[in-house]
Design a protein around this ligand. Sequence first.
Ligand SMILES: [Zn+2]
Length: 304
Amino acid sequence: MICKACLSDGEHRRHVFIEMMFGTRERFEYQECIDCGTIQRLSDVADESRLYPVGYYSFAKPLRNSRVAAIRDAHALGTKSILGAVASFVRYDPIVAVIGYFGIDPSFRVLDVGCGSGKLLHRMSAAGFKNLTGVDPYISESTSGAVTIHKSDLQSMSGEFDFIMFNHSLEHVSDPDQSLGNAKRLLAPGGRILVRIPTSSSHAWVEYGPNWVQLDAPRHIVIPSRKGMSALAERCDLSVRHSIDDSTAFQFWGSEMYRKSKPLTSSGPHNVFSRHELRSFAKRAERLNTQQQGDQVAFLLTAA
Ligand SMILES: [Zn+2]
């Protein structure tokens, strides 16, 4: 099949990956692009929504944010304070840190694509953001309030946004170029798109192969290489301006669980690994991030 990232129709490598988040152990065919290294699912799945059962992690109800967490989030997202700086140090949170790193302002119109229950948007609301919208086709219903969430696909959305985020959602769609094209359509002049996504250009894919936890067959449909992500952006008249690796210890403890044939939801990492092991996984992740070998990346895209 033609590579959905770089459009190569070469002799791609074939793989079979098994479902291990819930441990159904169903088998799915994938290919790895011979030219750009992007991994994509070949097997058809009749009803994608059945892959996201009620207990799926992104549907968890947003927790009430503590006052300190809200100050930390506000600090990371642009409203600086001394207490926020201390809280960021003591309780570092990689997601708001990455979003803040790229520069964002509470006046921005923000769209979170594949927002699930809207956990991140509610945190941004507590941190002072006023114009927050989410869209997700797999949630049970649309909701409104401080945050507006549409049960819908991106294609049906209208409006204009300054900051559009895909937080580990673009790998779940079968036509990422169509999704990016729609994001581009909704982007205000000078606006930016953040894509946080796993990448096959990583140490974890090389080390763990079919046991790499972020393959997440069959939910992850297209896992781009770094080169594949640039090709995808270019085809949508976008370009990758910056990227930072934001991988975590998860790449190790999750993949080690798969190696032991343990489904991800069968037990928490603290029941399987010692504190020492988990600390060393986190250190290795930090090192890989600085070498641009982490298994997930935050790409910042702007109009080309
Ligand atoms: Zn390719």
